[in-house]
Each structure stands twice: as structure tokens, then as C-alpha cells.
Design a protein around this ligand. Structure first.
Ligand code: MG
Length: 356
């Protein structure tokens, strides 16, 4: 008897599940669009790029943001925001031992990234000591660069590994000195308002045109000898290249932001020295407008007890993603002399009264 009832319940549940699954098929298969809907917007038209050869880098697609075209390091900084100290020769940049990592000035979120690199010839060193560098998405998630041509090391640290987490599916490394390519599709992690992780970072990587990471779900930021947990961070961050003491070369670096990231306002990483300088109180009529630094961000207090994070569009112009709030700092001889604040359509000028 009990068995018959439970079978009937199971049957009802199955019918309900089929009904729920069929609902989307009976309406619009793709949300608000009908199948073959002529009113559906068509994608933008862009020019494709060309493939690179050993002799010459290819041309990026027309909508890509070019981060390095072999000429200068104007889009790059040292990690502290000072000028990048890597050298440029014959259309490539080369890592300089002790010069430190370099990073982009601009921040990026979900993206398609193209990078070309060559490990040193003649090869020197063994294992992790041979041609080591790395491509760090959002400054945290490393795709390893290493000379893995006839050079054995631990699997999750060889060329095209997501460092310390996923070995590449195959070793498709070229010989030292030869140009190699990475094409990376990256989706960053997301947190809800309470700081709970709701989406892990994911990466798909092609090494020399071959799939080596297939939508790999990262455990957290990559690290050496450590499994680090995720900690909340912004939806955009800089791209960094590693100085691991080996003169690894890079050329033809371009990026295309995708999805929501592509629609958002430009964002850059301002040197922490400048952020410290901006923090303080600004007299604005009878209101004290306060700016504080929190980690790699500024926060503003538009009304008592309410703090909002600010994001930088340039070294001096900041904006809120929550409010109609924009803040511009005015500098004179390297000192902050004033501020302009736009808040829900009204503009106020202020003068710095406390803070360095
Ligand atoms: Mg590395």
C-alpha cells in the first residue's frame, strides 16, 4: 500500500518536472525573442584580425583594445603605478630581472585575451627556473608561462597550466625562442551583496591554437604551494605579466571585453600613492565631504553614515556604480588643492581640509 502511494507521488513529481521543462519551449525559446525574429538586434560588424607568423605578429580584430603593439609601454605600469621598467626591442617587450611584475593601467572584467610570448634561447635552468613568467587575469589568476619544451616540472606548473590548479590538457609548447600564442576566455568570479561567492572564475585557454583549458573552474586565486580561498573583489581588475627572473619576451597583446563587462564605463587602477593623497575631508559649504581609502579603492560619504565605493576612470576622475556621483580631484604641483563633486545633477566645489 505504502509502496503504491510512493509510486503515485513519484509519478506526479515526474509529470510536474516534464511540465516545468516544457514551459520555456512553449513560449520564447530565447527569453523575449521569437525564433528568427527580424526585430532582434544584429551583432556589431567588425573586421577580423590575421594570424601571426614567427616573423610577424598578426593584426588584432578591429574592436580589440590593443595593449601592446611592439612600440611602447604606455598602457603598462609597475605594480606601484610607476612607469614599467621592462625593455622594448625589435617589436617586443622583455621581462627584466628585478624590474618586477608589470600591469595594465586599465582594468578588465570578462574578456577574450590574446598574448604572444617567447621563452629565452638558448634555454637556461631547469624546471620552474626555465623561461618562467605568467599572465595574471585580474592580477590574481595565473596562466603559467614556462619553457616546457623538453623541460620537466610539476604538471600544474608547466606552460599553459592554471598555476597550481589545472595542468594543460596537452603540452603543445614550441621550442625556446619561438613565438607562441595564448588565447584566453575568462569569466571572473561574482559575489552577492553580503559577500557570498555566487560564481567562480572560469577559464578556457588555447595554446598555439590548441585547446588546453576547457572552461576550467578555478578554486580561488592561484599561488605557489598554497590553495587560496576566494575573497571578494571588484568585477574588473588589471592584467599583469610576471617577472620571474627570466628574460621572457611578449608581443601582440590585445583584449576584448565581453558581456556586461564590455558595456560598463572605463575603469583604471590608480597608484596607491595617489589614493592616499586623495583621502581626507573636503569642505563643501557647511558639509564635510569625506573620502577614505579602503584597500585598492576610494570610498566617499555622500550623506552621513553612507559610504559608497568609487571607481577611477583616470588618475583624477572617479565615479560611483551605485549613485549618480562623480568626483574630480584637482592637483597643483603634486598636491590636492580641490575637488569637484557631481551628485544627482548638482555640482559642488570643495577644498581639502584634512588628510595628507
Ligand atoms: Mg609563473
Amino acid at each position: 500500500m505504502i509502496c503504491a502511494i510512493s509510486r503515485r507521488i513519484e509519478f506526479i513529481l515526474k509529470c510536474f518536472a516534464v511540465f516545468v521543462l516544457l514551459i520555456p519551449l512553449s513560449g520564447n525559446a530565447q527569453g523575449r525573442w521569437k525564433v528568427h525574429d527580424w526585430s532582434r538586434p544584429r551583432p556589431p560588424i567588425i573586421e577580423p584580425g590575421t594570424f601571426s607568423t614567427q616573423e610577424q605578429p598578426g593584426r588584432p580584430p578591429s574592436d580589440a583594445i590593443v595593449l601592446f603593439d611592439g612600440k611602447d609601454l604606455s598602457d603598462w605600469r609597475s605594480m606601484d603605478g610607476s612607469p614599467a621598467k621592462w625593455i622594448i626591442k625589435n617589436g617586443y617587450m622583455e621581462s627584466v630581472k628585478g624590474a618586477g611584475y608589470i600591469r595594465t593601467y586599465r582594468n578588465f572584467g570578462d574578456c577574450q585575451l590574446h598574448v604572444e610570448f617567447a621563452t629565452p634561447y638558448p634555454p637556461k635552468g631547469t624546471s620552474q627556473g626555465r623561461g618562467n613568467s605568467g599572465v595574471f587575469l585580474m592580477g590574481r589568476y595565473e596562466v603559467q608561462v614556462l619553457d616546457s619544451y623538453e623541460n620537466v616540472t610539476y604538471a600544474d606548473g608547466q606552460c599553459a597550466a592554471i598555476y597550481g590548479q589545472y595542468p594543460p590538457l596537452v603540452n603543445v609548447s614550441r621550442k625556446p625562442g619561438e613565438w607562441q600564442t595564448y588565447d584566453i576566455i575568462f569569466h571572473g568570479p561574482r559575489w552577492d551583496r553580503e559577500g557570498n561567492l555566487i560564481r567562480k572564475a572560469r577559464m578556457t585557454v588555447f595554446h598555439n591554437g590548441v585547446l588546453v583549458q576547457d572552461n576550467a573552474e578555478l578554486w580561488g586565486p592561484t599561488d605557489w604551494l598554497k590553495a587560496r580561498p576566494y575573497t571578494p573583489h571588484s568585477e574588473k581588475g588589471f592584467l599583469a605579466l610576471q617577472d620571474h627572473g627570466n628574460p621572457v619576451r611578449y608581443r601582440n597583446i590585445w583584449i576584448r571585453e565581453i558581456g556586461e563587462s564590455a558595456k560598463q564605463r572605463k575603469e583604471v587602477t590608480v597608484a596607491s600613492k595617489l589614493l592616499d593623497m586623495y583621502a581626507g575631508d573636503y569642505e563643501m559649504g557647511d558639509w564635510k565631504f569625506q573620502i577614505r581609502r579602503e584597500g585598492d579603492h576610494l570610498k566617499a560619504q555622500p550623506k552621513s553614515g553612507y559610504w559608497v565605493p568609487l571607481f577611477a576612470e583616470s588618475d583624477t576622475l572617479f565615479y560611483s556604480k551605485e549613485l549618480e556621483l562623480e568626483v574630480e580631484f584637482h592637483l597643483k604641483k603634486g598636491k590636492v588643492v580641490g575637488i569637484t563633486r557631481q551628485l544627482t545633477g548638482s555640482k559642488s566645489e570643495g577644498r581639502k581640509v584634512t588628510g595628507s
